[in-house]
Design a protein around this ligand. Structure first.
Ligand code: F6P
Length: 323
């Protein structure tokens, strides 16, 4: 007999769009005649039997909400085989036949462990850091970037009024994606990321040159995981006597909250439906991801003579999720 009940959890740091993904998983599964169980507080809740039945109304009114109504938890103990086995017993006791795990790299590691124990699992990437391997973008990244650039746009107003320089620290412990992208789209002078060490002297030179070119202010985006996070960098720049009024803004957990953007809601819907369909097709041990990295040349003979049509697959998806 095939899968009759699917469990769903959200793990690791919350990311805007997780609720939309749970909604999509739930509605897609119900549409296919399955029963759905939500697991509260991720793998920790799983080991403690925190399961709840999800019907179509339980996931109503959450598509636009940040955070995760299922709650989440950091649970490094899930790396221990004994804890994994306990979780497996809970899954079986509650009648779950498969799992959709929504979260970042730690959540995918947990999903892989359960798959290796023979339990059907499909992962959905969701983490503002965008450090999940195998997908160009995870749920939550776009919203976090919009939050960051909104903050930087505001800082720019006050920075230029006072002719100040700002060090703006973004999240991303091990991955510079948020800093790199926000640096580009906010017009920063310089961006510091964990993947490339930059010395304070180089930052000082870039800021001085920006003012020498006639700029009224300077923005330096610093990832929290960079060799010099914002406070440490400020200290060194002060020692270097930059001769510019320098301020620090650490954006912190603000980046994790807020209404999910249009893009995040859409990939949440797509990933949610795809995850359920993969499980129903008998797959396990996979994560659904999105790959569309390339900027490609398109002959004007084509784009100048035709119109793009909407992908009608989205019509099917819209009907499925409107329960
Ligand atoms: O992984 C997402 C993230 O927000 C990182 O960018 C950040 O370093 C970390 O989580 C913070 O974790 P916590 O909220 O558990 O302190």
């Amino acid at each position: 007999m095939g899968i009759q009940t699917i469990a769903v959890l959200t793990g690791g740091g919350d990311a805007p769009g997780m609720n939309a993904a749970v909604r999509a998983v739930t509605r897609a599964a119900l549409h296919n005649g399955l029963r759905v169980l939500g697991i509260r507080r991720a793998y920790e809740g799983m080991t403690q039997g925190e399961f709840c039945e999800l019907g179509p109304r339980d996931v109503g009114g959450i598509i636009q909400r940040g955070g995760t109504f299922l709650k989440t938890a950091r649970f490094p103990q899930f790396a221990e085989p004994e804890v994994q086995r306990r979780a497996l017993v809970q899954l079986k006791t509650h009648g779950a036949g498969a799992l959709v795990a929504i979260g970042g790299d730690g959540t995918m590691r947990g999903a892989l462990a359960l798959h290796r124990l023979g339990f059907p699992v499909v992962g959905i990437p969701a983490s503002i850091d965008n450090d999940v391997y195998g997908t160009d973008i995870a749920i939550g990244v776009d919203t976090a970037l919009n939050t960051i650039i909104e903050a930087i746009d505001k800082l720019r107003d006050t920075a230029s009024s006072h002719q100040r320089a700002f060090l703006v620290e973004t999240m991303g412990r091990h991955c510079g994606h948020l800093a790199l992208m926000s640096g580009i789209i906010s017009g920063a002078e310089m961006t510091l990321v964990p993947e490339r060490d930059v010395e304070p002297e180089e930052v000082a030179a870039a800021v001085r040159e920006a003012y020498a070119r006639g700029k009224t202010h300077a923005i330096v985006v610093v990832s929290e995981g960079a060799k010099y996070p914002a406070m440490k960098l400020k200290q060194r720049l002060d020692e270097l006597k930059l001769d510019v009024d320098l301020r620090v803004t650490i954006l912190g957990h603000v980046q994790r909250g807020g209404h999910p953007s249009a893009w995040d809601r859409l990939i949440a819907a797509r990933f949610g439906v795809a995850a359920v369909e993969r499980l129903l097709a008998g797959e396990s041990g996979v994560m659904v991801g999105l790959r569309a990295r390339e900027v490609v040349p398109v002959p004007l003979e084509e784009s100048g003579s035709r119109q793009r049509e909407p992908d009608m697959e989205f019509y099917r998806m819209g009907r499925m999720l409107a329960q």
